[in-house]
Design a protein around this ligand. Structure first.
Ligand code: AHM
Ligand code: MG
Length: 346
């Protein structure tokens, strides 16, 4: 017999959650539904990437000096075009856009803000490795309408997200999301022939402690002593604490995170001295770390910058980068002990 709730559509699920909140207006449901349509379009395009002439780089460099792939551009414009007319947003923020994205004047506006990484892990597109879309949704706190002034509403700590999650375009396409406040984390799998996301992973809980560590160890030469000691800890032998851990690194944040969410473990992208312009590592606070931090928290895990919770950081700028330690609570707490200098190896 199927488990309770398994098989219901994402729309039914969002509506059920909405009914549990007496203040809900349905605005939020409309918003998520439109995002889901955008993700279905992106999923279709990702699946035929090898067939269409869409692979490869545009040859353009994005606002953060990185190569922009054609599918990134496509995913970004699909999300912007679909979301701009829902009537519930006051602005958007994307990893691919230097500035906030305005809602064109012909469309109605609302109190919500969506921030997103349209296609994370884009260097993996050409080689058929899982990639994803990451999103976080906030409510604005002021009455501002001017786009410059709205930046203050956008720069909220991740704890204020009213929803967050990701889509993973892998061996199947999945959506994993939470609306915070103890509502749990739920996973839906896209059933291609029906065109619907159906509940497949109800109330996901991450193991308290894992067996996997995920980090780009090719960066060891750029790490400080504390980071090296931390990674050595997970690799060294100690039967009582279940070490050594197994190493798994795809290089696609959504895919690495998703695996560790289901199996337990820790994903790390530490600060490094590879590029003086990026002393906090590679990953972005607003569009990558914060949404996944809310998901992991709701699943019973933890996300830290090495010194404290990611979700409590007050962002100073939209494209801010942050060291990220995320996954099973016990493993991330150990990472904090090393990075804060409280613990040395063994
Ligand atoms: P992107 O948003 O430009 O795709 O970059 C983010 C990606 C993450 O998916 C992944 O965790 C990380 O970059 C991998 O970086 P590295 O190749 O330095 O290990
Ligand atoms: Mg990214």
């Amino acid at each position: 017999m199927a488990k309770k709730g398994v098989g219901i559509t994402i729309t039914q699920h969002i509506l059920q959650q909405q009914r549990q909140n007496p203040e809900a207006t349905g605005a939020f449901t409309t918003l998520l539904n439109e995002l889901i349509v955008a993700a279905k379009v992106i999923s279709r395009e990702v699946n035929k990437a090898g067939l269409a002439d869409i692979l490869g780089s545009t040859g353009r460099i994005n606002v953060q000096d990185e190569q922009v792939q054609k599918l990134d551009v496509f995913a970004n414009s699909v999300i912007i075009e679909r979301m701009q007319h829902v009537g519930q947003l006051c602005c958007m923020g994307s990893e691919e856009n230097a500035d906030l994205i305005e809602i064109p004047s012909q469309y109605p506006k609302g109190p919500y803000i969506i921030v997103f990484d349209p296609l994370d892990g884009s260097s993996n597109i050409d080689v058929n490795v899982s990639i994803g879309t990451i999103f976080g949704i906030y409510k604005k706190t002021s009455d501002e309408t001017d786009i410059e002034m709205l930046m203050n509403d956008v720069l909220q700590p991740g704890l204020n997200q009213v929803a967050a999650g990701y889509f993973i375009y892998g061996s199947s396409t999945m959506m994993v999301y939470t609306t915070g406040n103890g509502t749990g984390v739920h996973g839906f799998t896209l059933y291609p022939s029906v065109g619907e996301f159906l509940l497949s992973h109800e109330n996901i809980r991450i193991p308290e402690k894992g067996k996997i560590y995920s980090v780009n160890e090719g960066n060891v030469a750029y790490w400080d002593e504390k980071t090296r000691a931390l990674v050595d800890y997970f690799k060294s032998r100690d039967k009582d604490s279940g070490r050594p851990y197994t190493s798994r690194y795809i290089g696609s944040l959504v895919a690495d995170f998703h695996r560790n969410l289901l199996k337990g473990g820790i994903f790390m992208y530490p600060a490094d001295n590879k590029d003086p312009k990026k002393p906090s590592g590679k990953l972005r606070l607003m569009v990558e770390a914060n949404p996944l931090a809310l998901v992991v928290k709701e699943a019973g895990g933890y996300a830290s910058n090495g010194n404290g919770p990611i979700l409590e950081i007050q962002p100073m700028e939209f494209h801010q980068r942050v060291p990220l330690y995320i996954g099973s609570r016990e493993d991330v707490l150990i990472a904090e002990e090393f990075i804060s200098g409280k613990r040395k190896l063994r």
